[in-house]
Design a protein around this ligand. Structure first.
Ligand code: UDP
Length: 480
């Protein structure tokens, strides 16, 4: 019998490709044939960062016993377009990719089994029509937390209720708790919802693109969320994403089983620095601050300087993943003499293998932009955080880490004004709170409980493990 065939389609950004590839691998290990689709731009970045060509990648997956085929499609943008530096523009471009995607999927290829389902990134509305035209189930994969996902799928409803666009100057309405969303989730505030709905960001086209996405984000046959039930309100929470009885299941953290079993499946668009781990080996247990703002967030030069001086003032050793495009439109310049003064206790690299770093015993805390993958990784590996959100869903991840899960801290005022300058004194003070004293003790205890829960969730008999199995079985049944 031909194997089941999942077409996994990822939005072309780091925080999407990584969980979708990890999920695709998990399916591959259950015998699925996988077609992994992303854009040409993304595919080239992945290959370049891994220093591999497509043939070497095909050999690698085949040697691991996986049946994978990688397809890339043009995104229709000119070469000079910033892609993830202009996420709104990229989103608009992907909304037009349906016909191209359908074209590559229907091209006759006898070596490929018939398609069982399309696993679509939740930010790819165009796959709804493709799945309908091909007559196969559409599985929507959410790369964000459940609460955010529910708010985003209900964006048009929130618009009709006047919660969005968020009225920045109207404190009462900005912080009003929204309790009318489905699913068992903690109340969210308008400012928790994706930042593209905030007045200062409202760009009609992008705003429209997000509202368009929301109409297709739970329209399908299955919803999967990269989270785990013990973190987010049990089974009932995910049901807020279900319509017309469509199953909605938490199956994450999807990168954890691969990592725990030593498969180290990290799909980076930047070349990883290999020296970090050796350097971490030379540091004391729990002493190092890890600083990284993911693949997209940027900072002003002034802010970067305050941060550097704050890190210097803490006296702690630190590992800083400092992308060379962190300052928009400029190369990185740090305060004069900073590198020399911190040389004996700091390592600056452009990109790390974040799971390896976070799981290293020397790492005692994480200053993060609160991207969902980074948040989930820190929780799964038991590292307390300071959240410093930049945009998108990062505000809700940061607030939940601090107020609901109590595994992190934040800088005062950033949730209301992400352009607020965080001073070196604030950096130093908050780092201290994370690294020592009673607040540190409390968040460390909480995060280690959640670490255990995450590990349990993905191991045999755990909630995500059981949910993943149910999904596999349902796909097997649907294809009979
Ligand atoms: N990441 C990494 N090395 C780094 C920084 C980030 O491997 O130096 C990975 C991180 O582990 C996560 C992803 O990049 O899986 C970033 O996703 P996230 O959702 O946190 O943020 P985004 O980049 O989408 O803003």
């Amino acid at each position: 019998m031909a194997p089941l065939h999942a077409v996994v389609v990822s939005f072309p950004a780091q925080g999407h490709v990584n969980p979708l590839m990890n999920f695709a691998e998990l399916l591959g290990m259950r015998g699925f044939f996988i077609t992994f689709v992303t854009t040409e731009w993304m595919d080239e970045r992945l290959l370049k960062a891994a220093s591999k060509d497509a043939a070497a990648r095909d050999r690698d997956v085949a040697e691991r016993g996986l049946q994978f085929r990688f397809l890339s499609i043009p995104d229709g943008l000119p070469p000079e377009h910033g892609r993830t530096a202009d996420l709104g523009g990229l989103l608009l471009a992907t909304q037009k990719l349906g016909a191209v995607l359908e074209g590559v999927l229907t091209k006759e290829n006898r070596s490929v089994p018939p398609i069982t389902c399309i696993v679509s990134d939740s930010f790819l509305a165009c796959t709804a029509q493709v799945a309908a035209n091909l007559g196969v189930p559409r599985v929507i994969f959410w790369t964000c937390c459940t609460a955010y996902s529910i708010a985003q799928t209900n964006a048009n409803f929130l618009l009709s209720q006047g919660y969005i666009p968020v009225k920045e100057d109207d404190l009462k309405s900005r912080d009003k708790l929204i309790t009318c969303l489905p699913g068992k989730i903690p109340p969210v505030r308008p400012t928790d919802i994706v930042s593209f709905y905030r007045e200062q960001h409202v760009n009609e086209e992008i705003y429209g693109a997000f509202l368009h996405e929301s109409r297709f984000q739970n329209v399908g046959d299955y919803v999967l969320v990269n989270t785990f039930e013990e973190l987010e309100g049990g089974k009932e929470a995910q049901l807020g994403l279900s319509i017309n009885g469509c199953p909605a299941l938490a199956i994450g953290p999807v990168s954890l089983p691969n990592f725990l079993e030593g498969r180290n499946s990290m799909y980076s668009i930047w070349k990883e620095d290999k020296t970090c781990l050796q350097w971490l080996d030379s540091q004391e247990k729990g002493s190092v601050l890890y600083v990284s703002f993911g693949s997209i967030a940027v900072k002003s030069e002034k802010q970067l300087h305050e941060l550097a001086l704050g890190l210097e003032a803490t006296g702690y050793p630190f590992l800083w993943a400092l992308r060379f495009d962190i300052v928009e439109g400029k190369s990185v310049e740090l305060p004069e003499g900073f590198r020399e003064r911190t040389r004996d206790r700091a390592l600056l690299v452009s990109w790390t293998h974040q799971l390896q770093v976070l799981s290293h015993p020397s790492v005692g805390g994480f200053l993060t932009h609160s991207g969902w993958n980074s948040t989930l990784e820190a929780i799964s590996l038991g590292v307390p955080m300071i959240g410093w959100p930049y945009f998108s869903d990062q505000f809700i991840n940061c607030r939940f880490s601090k107020d609901i899960w109590k595994v992190g801290l934040d800088f005062e005022g950033v949730d209301a004004d992400e352009y607020k300058l965080v001073t070196k004194e604030e950096v130093k003070k908050t780092m201290r709170y994370m690294m020592e004293g009673f607040i540190s003790k409390e968040i460390r205890e909480n995060v280690s409980i959640l670490k255990e829960a995450a590990t349990k969730a993905v191991t045999e008999g755990g909630s995500s493990y059981v949910n993943f199995n149910r999904f596999v079985e349902d796909m097997q049944n649907m294809s009979k």
